[in-house]
Design a protein around this ligand. Structure first.
Ligand SMILES: *Cc1c(COP(=O)(O)O)cnc(C)c1O
Length: 464
């Protein structure tokens, strides 16, 4: 252990308060401190290298230290780093908006920038809410969300979130939303089997919209994959039915593509799997290739037009952030999209996704692997104490965390979601890199669940 590490570790414990981290455990341990990265590997201050097995928590696309992306930022920096988008524009923000509209599901026509997934969701909520006021139906003011949804950590985003452990403490601060079940088929809330359920859970959605549609502004959905709840995948055709129900009952559909957007599921946007266009779409994470905090909310012309009016009518969308439309962020996002085109990355992800599926399939035989869920390069492996009864590991066993820490010892950073081991490699990973990463993933799961390998507590990330 070198001096630099010791000094930084002490300062980290003295000054930092880390997100989603129990600081008592962190402070009692030797934290992982990253210094640099190359490609899909991160390097810590002691010189040890780790695969970035969760794309730095779902952001990274082409790897780290990518010459084209670095160059885009440097070139922009020579011109200007930031000027405001309030009442005026800038070059990369305009060009990026055009490109986003071109690649988005048809019908999404306008781009409103912000700086994180949570803010892109806040904006969608406010747009939907105010749209109905402008449209002469102010009674449409409620939201529908799906059980275990995650849309970010700001109060509005938490109000349409439904993961109790994150939300409970703030419940009295939140506005109430209706909740319906996400199709978590491995543990079907209705106790049915996908082979013959005929999407029975949609009945619940239809009843709600039928009964309360007149007071509902919008339905917010994580399309195709519900991420933070444990990589829960939607069956084919389900999203399309949700779109039809929203249309029938005149409820806006907000698709939160923050995790699934930009090729992650094997399509540019997950909505494309079912040929769906939402009324509002939120994007963030992969938008800048994992480089800078830029997010966007895309809207249809119908929503945008409802906000038009004379200055004195006060129909303006009174919302914005200091760094909205930041030039450095937009410039790197443009370079990111350029690399998608040059490398035909979305097709490539679809191909690598099949390769990964074949590799993960061998985990199906393992004694403590209950379910393997995957779309594109987004995978979750749900560990269970008993396969037949699907008995869950107790929260206190921290099974996902222990597996992730074992993976870290073996050279790959993971971050679990409860009992679900999450694997989300950078989209640009080569087949060889994917193979090496899956080898570590599989070994970590077997070591911890079957071999009882003890995990050492040093240089390891802390998590839930
Ligand atoms: C990560 C995430 C968010 C929040 O994004 P931040 O940039 O962390 O605020 C919102 N929705 C989904 C689906 C996400 O995965």
């Amino acid at each position: 252990m070198n001096d630099t590490y010791q000094t930084l570790s002490e300062k980290s414990k003295k000054y930092l308060w880390n997100p989603f981290t129990q600081m008592q455990g962190y402070n009692a341990d030797q934290p992982l401190i990253i210094e640099s990265a190359q490609g899909v590997k991160l390097r810590d201050v002691t010189g040890r290298e780790y695969y970035d097995g969760v794309s730095s928590v779902w952001l990274n696309v082409h790897g780290h230290n990518v010459p084209e992306l670095n160059e885009a930022i440097t070139a922009q920096l020579g011109k200007i780093a930031h000027s405001t988008l309030l009442g005026m524009a800038n070059v990369p923000a305009i060009e990026l908006a055009e490109q986003l509209v071109q690649i988005a599901p048809p019908g999404l026509a306008k781009v409103f920038y912000s700086d994180s997934g949570a803010t892109s969701v806040e904006i969608a909520i406010k747009m939907a809410f105010q749209y109905w006021q402008h449209n002469g139906q102010p009674e449409k003011r409620s939201f529908v969300t799906m059980n275990n949804a995650y849309h970010g950590d700001t109060i509005g985003a938490v109000s349409v979130g439904a993961i109790d452990i994150y939300h409970k403490a703030y419940s009295s601060l939140l506005f109430q939303s209706y909740r319906v079940d996400y199709p978590y088929c491995y543990r079907c809330p209705l106790g049915k089997d996908l082979s013959d359920c005929a999407f029975a859970c949609l009945q619940q959605v239809e009843s709600l919209l039928q009964e309360k549609g007149q007071e509902i502004a919008a339905f917010i959905i994580e399309p195709i994959v519900q991420g933070a709840s444990g990589i829960i995948t939607m069956p084919e055709g389900f999203l399309k039915r949700l779109r039809e129900l929203c249309t029938t009952y005149d409820v806006l559909m907000i698709c939160d593509e923050v995790a699934t957007g930009f090729g992650r599921t094997g399509k540019m946007f997950a909505c494309e799997h079912d040929g769906v266009t939402p009324d509002l779409m939120c994007v963030a994470k992969g938008l800048t290739g994992g480089y800078l905090p830029v997010a966007a909310t895309l809207a249809t012309d119908e929503i945008y037009d409802a906000f038009l009016g004379g200055y004195e009518e006060k129909k303006t969308f009174f919302q914005g952030h200091s760094y909205t439309g930041n030039q450095l962020g937009c410039a790197v996002a443009l370079a990111n999209l350029e690399l998608f085109r040059e490398r035909d990355l979305v097709t490539d992800v679809a191909r690598k996704s099949e390769h990964l599926a074949a590799r993960l399939a061998m985990l199906g035989e393992r004694k403590y692997v209950g379910d393997i869920r995957q779309r594109g390069l987004m995978a979750g492996i749900e560990l269970v104490k008993d396969k037949a009864s699907k008995t869950e590991y107790d929260w206190s066993e921290k099974i996902g965390l222990v597996v992730s820490r074992r993976a870290c010892e073996l050279g790959m950073i993971l971050r679990p979601l409860g009992n679900v081991v999450v694997f989300m490699p950078p989209l640009g990973s080569t087949i060889t890199e994917l193979d090496e990463m899956t080898d570590i993933l599989i070994q970590a799961i077997i070591d911890v669940t079957e071999e009882g390998v003890q995990v050492r507590a040093e240089f390891l990330p802390h998590g839930l």
